[in-house]
Write a protein that binds this ligand. Structure first.
Ligand code: NDP
Ligand code: MG
Length: 383
């Protein structure tokens, strides 16, 4: 049966790979596509996939696109209203959310409210509003299928296992391009160096997050919500070759892992098919030539972003929002070459120290804390 999708962030790394899966399988109809401002690529996607709705965040670009595709049957919408309209479309069964950042919170909650399943790449939503999103999914009897490769791995491992028997989640990490470096060596890291990930080609923000290990920190919080475990049951293991995508240790001592090549199309496809296996072409692991899989302990002193994530997660409430918002602000400024590499972590730490915790924040207070965090940082760092 054909499944109907809304794809938020269609012009990005996950978005374009999702459309490859859609094309290769032929089992999905795209009802809505959404992007920030890249209307050139979005137009090509519209002409190929013929969605009923296209959303462009930027208003001027939305108007431009509207003119460019006047000969098609696709309607154009803009801003948050546009995103909310896309996820509510009555034909849509599943929303794949691959936008970057907290902008994903409201569309995800709205999609669940409208009774849609979620394929979730946008980890920032779960980090900041995990308690609200998981509760809404339960209330509406909907599923959240993780697209993040580690969480997909854990999800695959846990299929047919009793969740009560989990003793810990072993979240693997490549360690990024700066694994093994000292703080002194990180002092002068340039944008170009940080954008070179050893194993994965991804969007710019997550690539910087991977280099600072903030990405792993966000994933620790994401895992807490998805798998309902405590923070001391989540252990990060460095596995530089990115062959093992994550593991679970059970209460009898058994450890199950999911292995594979570093290709996001598998977790994307597994989510789109609601955790069912389907044929997928592509490279396979070859254990005759695969020389070694090695492990290391993460260096949480040099890569303090990971340590701060555990702190923010354990404090809970609004603190993960502060951690995440400060990181979003800092990474954008680092990419613009306005601040130094190590400033990213300083900014997260300062913001967390300054914040007065709110327990159980509503979506309104999460968005207010996001803004307050930006204002606080700007008062100190916008020189
Ligand atoms: P990209 O930067 O490559 O793509 C982001 C997408 O979101 C683009 O289509 C962009 O449009 C769109 N977008 C940005 N802002 C808005 C907005 N306000 N409204 C509508 N659309 C918007 O990011 P990635 O694909 O790398 O990452 C997406 C998410 O998935 C992130 O949360 C990331 O952490 C997560 N993720 C990514 C992985 C990967 O391999 N890339 C792996 C695991 C998780 P435009 O092109 O017009 O700017
Ligand atoms: Mg990941």
């Amino acid at each position: 049966m054909m499944k109907h999708l809304a794809l938020l962030g269609s012009t990005g790394s996950i978005g374009t790979q999702t459309l490859q899966v859609v094309e290769e399988t032929g089992d999905f109809k795209v009802e809505a596509l959404a992007a920030g401002s890249n209307i050139e690529l979005l137009e090509k996607q519209i002409r190929k996939f013929k969605p009923q709705l296209a959303v462009v965040w930027n208003k001027d670009k939305a108007l431009e696109l509207e003119k460019a595709i006047a000969d098609t049957a696709t309607r154009v919408a803009t801003g948050m209203d546009g995103l909310l309209e896309a996820v509510r479309l009555k034909e849509v069964d599943m929303v794949l959310t691959a936008v970057v950042g907290m902008i994903g919170i409201l569309p995800t909650l709205e999609a669940l409210e409208a009774g849609k399943d979620i394929a979730l790449a946008n980890k920032e939503t779960l980090v900041t509003a995990g308690h609200l999103v998981m509760a809404k999914a339960k209330e509406k009897g909907r599923q959240i299928y993780p697209v993040d490769s580690e969480h997909s791995a854990i999800f695959q491992v846990l299929k047919a296992q009793d969740p009560q028997t989990i003793s810990k989640i072993l979240l693997t990490a490549s360690g990024g391009p700066f694994r093994g470096r000292t703080i002194e060596q990180l002092q002068h890291v340039q944008v170009e160096d940080a954008l070179k990930h050893p194993n994965w080609a991804m969007g710019r923000k997550i690539t910087i997050d991977s280099s600072t290990m903030v990405n792993k920190g966000l994933e620790v919080m994401e895992a807490k919500w998805l798998f309902e475990v405590d923070f001391d049951q989540i252990e990060v293991v460095i596995q530089p070759q990115s062959i093992i995508h994550s593991m679970v240790e059970f209460n009898d001592g058994a450890v199950l892992a999911q292995l594979g090549t570093a290709d996001m199309k598998l977790p994307i496809q597994y989510a789109l098919y609601e955790a069912k296996r389907k044929f997928m072409g592509g490279k396979r692991l070859d254990f005759k030539t695969l020389k070694q899989i090695t492990f290391e302990e993460p260096d949480m002193e040099t890569f303090r972003g990971l340590k701060l994530a555990y702190q923010a997660g354990k404090l809970g409430g609004s603190m993960p929002t502060v951690y995440n918002a400060a990181n979003e602000w800092a990474v954008a400024r680092f990419l613009d070459k306005k601040i130094g590499y190590l400033d990213i972590i300083r900014i997260i730490e300062e913001s967390m120290e300054h914040h007065t915790l709110i327990e159980n924040p509503t979506v309104e207070s999460i968005l207010a804390v996001e803004n307050e965090t930006y204002q606080f940082i700007e008062s100190r760092w916008n020189r």
